[in-house]
Ligand binder design. Structure first.
Ligand code: ADP
Ligand code: ADP
Length: 232
């Protein structure tokens, strides 16, 4: 489903050179919930942002659903991104738009059939448990509710992959738990692949099937999650 080959990325500023990713190789199966864990500065964010090219890798290749993401021009990338949803730590909602409008927005810009937008948005809001909040504004919502809007927006175009950039890091433990349960539910109902980055072991343990550990821009371990938590 996702194949990352020899991916490298360096940040160069006038005063420093940082190797953020060094020859990263990973394979992620269709329908998996795959977690990437590492300390702050390890390269997690850079890695996940390379998957939809919010960050441009210096070298290497990323295949998603048979398509070479790294070889795409702007137009091709725009189309491919509709099938790669993303959710963020700070939710990244449009505060001047209602919940309904936030979720409808990606559909409008992707020329989704106008007559079907309303029913599609209602369907997804229902899926994330926010059917009764469609007229609310983000600032009127709790953190957990905001992330549910983020998830709904990410799912609106029926992506095959959902990327999660520390999506529960700004939430309290109880809310984190409910969002992780929602992601699990979505993974099962829709069969979409989820790739998440986190610095929290509990998040991985709770929902991931497979995981990778990243340190200083390199993948140092990969495998099924249980392998990492067996007592010696
Ligand atoms: P996190 O560790 O949660 O990923 P960071 O504080 O590392 O967050 O990064 C926050 C933002 O700042 C990101 O957009 C990242 O690209 C940018 N950033 C991180 N480190 C640097 C740096 N050394 N110089 C410039 N920008 C940076
Ligand atoms: P993580 O998500 O694991 O915290 P990042 O991918 O954000 O790690 O960062 C990896 C390394 O790259 C860190 O050393 C960070 O400071 C650096 N970095 C990230 N973004 C930038 C940027 N825009 N400019 C310069 N350095 C950056």
């Amino acid at each position: 489903m996702i194949r990352i080959q020899e991916l490298s990325k360096m940040y160069i500023t006038p005063s420093s050179k940082t190797v953020a990713l060094e020859n990263v190789n990973l394979q992620i199966q269709q329908g998996d919930i795959f977690g990437i864990i590492g300390f702050s500065g390890a390269g997690k964010s850079t890695l996940i942002r390379c998957l939809n090219r919010l960050e441009e890798p210096d070298s290497g290749k990323i295949m998603i659903a048979g398509q070479d993401i790294t070889a795409m021009n702007k137009k091709e990338l725009q189309l491919a991104r509709r099938k790669i949803g993303m959710i963020f730590q700070q939710f990244n909602l449009l505060d001047a738009k209602t919940v309904f409008e936030n979720v409808a927005f990606p559909l409008q810009v992707s020329n989704y059939p106008k007559k079907q937008i309303k029913s599609r948005v209602e369907e997804i809001l229902d899926l994330v448990g926010l059917a009764n909040k469609s007229k609310a504004y983000p600032l009127q919502l709790s953190g957990g509710q905001k992330q549910r809007v983020g998830i709904a927006r990410a799912l609106s175009n029926e992506p095959s992959v959902l990327l999660s950039d520390e999506a529960t890091s700004a939430l309290d433990p109880q809310t984190t738990y409910s969002i992780l349960e929602l992601l699990k539910d979505i993974n099962q109902k829709l069969g979409l692949t989820i790739v998440l980055i986190t610095h929290e072991l509990d998040v991985l343990k709770h929902i991931c099937n497979h995981m990778a550990v990243i340190e200083h821009g390199k993948i140092v371990e990969t495998g099924v999650v249980e392998k990492f938590f067996l007592n010696p």
